[in-house]
Each structure stands twice: as C-alpha cells, then as structure tokens.
Design a protein around this ligand. Structure first.
Ligand SMILES: [Zn+2]
Ligand SMILES: [Zn+2]
Length: 335
C-alpha cells in the first residue's frame, strides 16, 4: 500500500514534522498527484511563522507543485494518468461570488489556497481540485519548473499590473528584493525589452551580481536611487519601508506594485512622494488566466530557474535558508 509522506505544520512558530499516513480518499473532481518537486515560497514562511491568520491546522505547506497524475477522481476530464501537471496557490474558488463572476477569481470571497487552507506539496503525494491544475508538458526539469507555479505566476501578475498596458520596449522597471520571483520575472521582462533595475539589501553583492548576470542594467542597494527614473516598480521583499523608497524612484504617473502577501508596516511618508499620480497597489493571488499566460510565455522567454534542491525531510532547513537569505533563486523540495 502506498503511503503518504508529508512535512506537517501543527502550530505556527514550530518546525515541520515528517508524517507518514495512508493516502486520503480521492473525491470527485480531484486528482491524486505524485509530487516530483515542490518549491518553497516566502508565503510558506509566512504560514510557518504565523504571519498569516487562520491556516488549516495541521497543514502540509507548499504551493509550487510539479507532479504526475497518479489517480483521477470521478467527473474529471482533460487529464491522463502519468501526465505532468502543476498545482498553484489558487486551490479553488466558489465560482458564484461577485468577484468570480467578474473574472476576478483571485479575489474570490470563499477561496481555497494550496498549502494554506488545503494540504499542499511538501509531500510525496497531494490531492488537488483538477480545475485548478495545469498541464505542464514534458519540456524542462521538474525542480526548475516548480518555482514557476507561484514565484512565476505572482511575478507575472505583478508585472502586468506594473506595466499597465505600456510597451515593454525600453520600459524602466524596478524590482525590489531579488529572490525567486524577481529572478524569474527579470528574465521575462528583459526578453520583452524592459530595462530592469534590481534593488537588494545593502551589501548583498551576490544578489546584485546575480541580477546583472541575468541582464539587469543596474543593481544596487534599495536605499540608492536608480540612474534613471523608473516607469514602475515591483516590491517582492516583505519590507514596508521599501514603499516610500520605491515611490521616490518612480517617475510621474508611475506605479509601485506590492507583490507579496504580507509586509511589515509601511512608514508614513510625505504626500509629495505620491503626488503627480503615482500609485501604490497590491497584487493578490492569481487567476487561472494568469497561469495560462505565464506558462505560455515562460518557455518562449527561455526562463531558467536557479534552484537549490533539498530532500523533502529537510524542509525546515530550506525554510531557514530562505528566511535568512542564504540562497540565490529558489529552494525546491524533492520527495
Ligand atoms: Zn468566488
Ligand atoms: Zn507563493
């Protein structure tokens, strides 16, 4: 009998424990997926650290899942056994609230989130609502594709908001925090013609070198002003004090998009920083359409993720390394 091995969080603020149990029963509309790789996202850290309220407990974190279909529930169409699929953060939506009906399912009033309100991918297997799973094809390595499922998708949605329909060619884009999401998005934005400026913690030469190696035209500390005013900036680091800094760096009419689910408090700042139609906005979750768009564009842009692989049982080490900024690119668990 196949057993489920999972890294489980019992209580926020504690470490994950390895659990082994029988595979849960597969419901109608669901897929059983044998996990091949699961990325570790900053949101997982927020769940583990207790920054986000009301996770299902105990919970198996992880929402950047690449796996193979191992069983297909009743009433599921469009998937075959053994097919490679991806499971993102958006686990399910209600389909009937005003947001869902308006095509804004990322804001659904009664959503489910993978690895937060339903068990995720820090496991040998996971069960997902088939309507929110994506075929991934066979090109590319499982671990290197896993970060696409959140860092990539949220980065893409943030980018679409930041660029707001403008031409990408010559667009001056700032990225604050050069982790998993920024390193993916930088590749797409540069491929589309943007001039990417990377902002990191002061003194983080490794991250700045990494950004330049991917084609950023400039990389320096977040407190520095870029050599040209930015058309827009995206903040991926969970640091509220970056908001006034980014507002200072964007030109008239420019946007500052906050791409994370949680941020430290934003300090007060003079109105002059917002004046001249600058905008501050947040990006919440993703729609399935975001996923379809990104999964189409990423291979064309030749996106290549830099990953550090950890065995599943070392999920706590991966989380610590992410928390302490000890890795470039993305951490990925391999069951
Ligand atoms: Zn809804
Ligand atoms: Zn995420």
């Amino acid at each position: 009998m196949t057993m489920l091995r999972a890294m489980v969080l019992d209580r926020p603020g504690t470490t994950l424990r390895l659990d082994e149990r029988a595979l849960p029963a597969l419901g109608a509309g669901e897929l059983l997926i044998e996990v091949k790789a699961c990325g570790v996202c900053r949101t997982d850290l927020h769940v583990v650290d207790g920054d986000l309220s009301h996770p299902k407990l105990p919970i198996v974190p992880g929402h950047e899942i690449v796996g193979r279909v191992a069983a297909i529930g009743a009433n599921v169409t469009g998937f075959t056994l053994g097919e490679r699929v991806g499971v993102p953060w958006l686990g399910a939506t209600c389909g009937v609230c005003s947001y869902c009906r308006a095509g804004r399912e990322n804001l659904c009033d009664a959503p489910q989130f993978t690895g937060y309100t339903r068990d995720g991918g820090f496991a040998s297997h996971t069960i997902a609502d088939a309507r929110y799973c994506f075929p991934l094809g066979e090109a590319g390595d499982d671990a290197e594709i896993a970060p696409w499922l959140c860092a990539g998708l949220i980065g893409w949605r943030s980018y679409r908001m930041a660029i707001a329909g403008a031409a990408a060619k010559g667009f001056a884009l700032g990225l604050y925090g050069f982790g998993a999401a920024a390193h993916i998005l930088a590749q797409v934005a540069i491929w589309q013609g943007c001039r990417v400026h990377a902002f990191t913690r002061a003194g983080d030469d490794a991250a700045q070198d990494f950004a330049r190696s991917l084609g950023a035209v400039w990389a320096d500390a977040s407190e520095e002003m870029p050599p040209e005013p930015l058309d827009a900036a995206i903040i991926f680091a969970p640091v509220g004090s970056l908001v006034p800094l980014a507002l200072k760096a964007v030109k008239k009419g420019g946007r500052v998009v906050c791409g994370g689910i949680h941020m430290s408090n934003i300090p007060s700042f003079p109105y002059a920083l917002l004046w001249e139609e600058r905008q501050v906005m947040s990006v919440a979750n993703l729609t399935r359409n975001d996923a379809r768009e990104f999964l189409d564009v990423a291979p064309k842009a030749g996106v290549h993720c830099t990953v550090t692989r950890y065995p599943l049982a070392q999920a706590n080490e991966a989380l610590s390394d992410l928390r302490d900024g000890r890795l470039q690119g993305a951490a990925v668990l391999i069951p």
